[in-house]
Design a protein. Structure first.
Length: 496
């Protein structure tokens, strides 16, 4: 690794900046939910409700969103839709690959695979078979800050889903044979998406360069190959017992939800659960992750790829996903990349014909952030040539050719359309609420995120974008093994 001297002024710690607020309170909905709770308390014994309390009722996603909590710390988020006849059922655990320890990476993702095996009251394979019989296609995903499990079922299938999901949350049963079999699946996945995939190798190298290893964001979610080889069944069970508990879990139900009918079911199934860690211990373990330290200086790295063209990754440490300025950075990024009309796309792809694509990403992370530019180059174009042009364009954005109101409006329209498409289904609404509850502690923070984006001015967007660009950066060159590359004035070859 080549490290260049730091020449950047000290900057405020973005992790200490202002955070986005929750959505406005739904006063009529709050009154109705309080009345429901009083009715449930009068009609059932206190032990049946297992300490159920109402956290809030807020206006979000075009409706009313209820947030409840059980005595064991489990959170329940309900988003009823009277026009729906299906229920999206999401289980979000506030644990992802960022919680793994050095030398034990890959545990969160491997455990996600194993959660579909046997549990206390159901044999191996029963989970998938029973849900498929109901018409559902259960699935799951692991990311840096969370792991989520989801299915969508007809309303009449909810009772069976509750039984299956609650049983595996703290009652997972794993054999050595099941562990070994799934470990081989995950190792094969690692070979496919990282080891033999040029883009995957770059993503892994880039994450480590940007975040290092301390915060847990610096490795691929699938885990490092050497760590996967060394994992044991006891490692997986230890991770499960430490982190999978009611106090680290958020249930989200969206669609044909009836709180009066469904809350007692959830209380009966999940209320008695405790798991190995106590509520306080489990919650403390999740909070114990260190925040990502700022980059101290610019870094430049090179990775040799078995590919026909160079690739270029450039990144800056940025803002957590619930920072008040993070929506403005996302809007800035959409102005410069991800679309044929975007500024960097036009400059590098259409005008200079150096690249075939320019992608910009600002992931919504809980304990830090990154602004990432990815440039896929034409065969024969050296990454250094593209970097020079990229730097010229970024400098022009800060000077003679700033963003225009038309740039901002077009980018905002694209983001708005993408959001609306994602919220069409009950599953999409459950995902939006579950993600924000698991990553940021508030299911409706996305409403403030969008209000901030919708009201942003050009000056707002440029202030945030230019502020991030002023910090140290990581430049990662993916060097194609074939060809010597061409100079800036050479005729480009056709893309392969």
């Amino acid at each position: 690794m080549k490290t260049m001297p730091a020449t950047h002024a000290a900057r405020p710690d973005p992790l200490k900046g202002p955070r986005l607020a929750a959505a406005p309170v739904d006063e009529p909905g709050m009154a109705a939910a309080k009345a429901l709770l009083a009715s449930l308390q009068s009609g059932q014994s206190a032990s049946d409700l297992h300490g159920l309390t109402l956290v809030s009722v807020r206006v979000a996603l075009g409706g009313s969103v209820q947030h409840w909590r059980l005595g064991n710390g489990l959170e329940i988020v309900l988003a009823p839709d009277a026009a729906s006849n299906i229920i999206a059922y999401h289980t979000w655990v506030k644990v992802g690959s960022a919680h793994e320890e050095e030398g034990r990476t890959g545990l969160a993702h491997l455990l996600e695979h194993l959660m579909f095996k046997a549990s206390k009251n159901f044999r191996a394979g029963a989970f998938d078979r029973e849900l498929e019989r109901l018409g559902a296609s259960p699935n799951a995903a692991t990311w840096l800050d969370w792991t989520m499990y989801h299915e969508t079922v007809p309303a009449e299938g909810l009772e069976r889903v509750v039984a299956l999901e609650s049983d595996r949350l703290t009652g997972l049963k794993l054999s050595e044979a099941a562990f070994r079999s799934e470990l081989q699946v995950v190792r094969a996945e690692r070979r496919e998406v990282v080891d033999t995939d040029p883009e995957g190798r770059l993503e892994e190298a880039f994450a480590e360069a940007v975040f290092g290893t301390g915060v847990g964001y610096g490795h691929a979610t699938v885990g490092r190959a050497s760590d996967l080889e060394a994992l044991t069944l006891q490692d997986v069970l230890g991770f499960y017992r430490r982190y999978y508990a009611p106090a680290t879990t958020v249930l989200v139900l969206a669609g044909a939800v009836d709180p009066g009918r469904d809350l007692p079911r959830l209380c009966r199934a999940y209320g008695p659960l405790q798991g190995d860690p106590t509520e306080k211990a489990a919650a403390a373990a999740v909070r114990a992750r260190p925040a990502a330290a700022p980059l101290a200086s610019d870094r430049k790295l090179e990775v040799r790829l078995d590919a026909g063209a160079d690739r270029l990754f450039v990144g800056w440490r940025a803002l957590p996903g619930d920072h008040i300025d993070q929506p403005l950075l996302v809007l800035w990024s959409e102005c410069v990349g991800n679309a044929t009309a975007a500024r960097l796309e036009r400059a590098l792809v259409d005008d200079a014909r150096l690249a075939v694509e320019v992608d910009v990403a600002v992931p919504a992370l809980a304990r830090g952030g990154v602004l990432e530019l990815r440039v896929g180059l034409r065969p024969g174009v050296r990454a250094e040539v593209a970097l020079q042009r990229l730097d010229r364009e970024l400098e022009a954005l800060r000077g003679k050719q700033p963003l225009t109101d038309a740039d901002i409006d077009a980018a905002r329209n694209r983001l708005r359309a993408s959001r609306l498409q994602g919220l069409v289904t009950a599953d999409g609404r459950a995902e939006a609420l579950g993600h924000d509850a698991a990553a940021f502690g508030e299911p409706t923070v996305g409403e403030a995120w969008w209000r901030r984006l919708e009201s942003a001015t050009r000056d707002d967007v440029e202030r945030v974008g230019h502020g991030v660009l002023a910090g140290p950066r990581v430049v990662l060159v993916g060097r194609a093994r074939t060809g010597r590359g061409r100079g800036q004035g050479a005729e480009p070859r056709a893309a392969q």
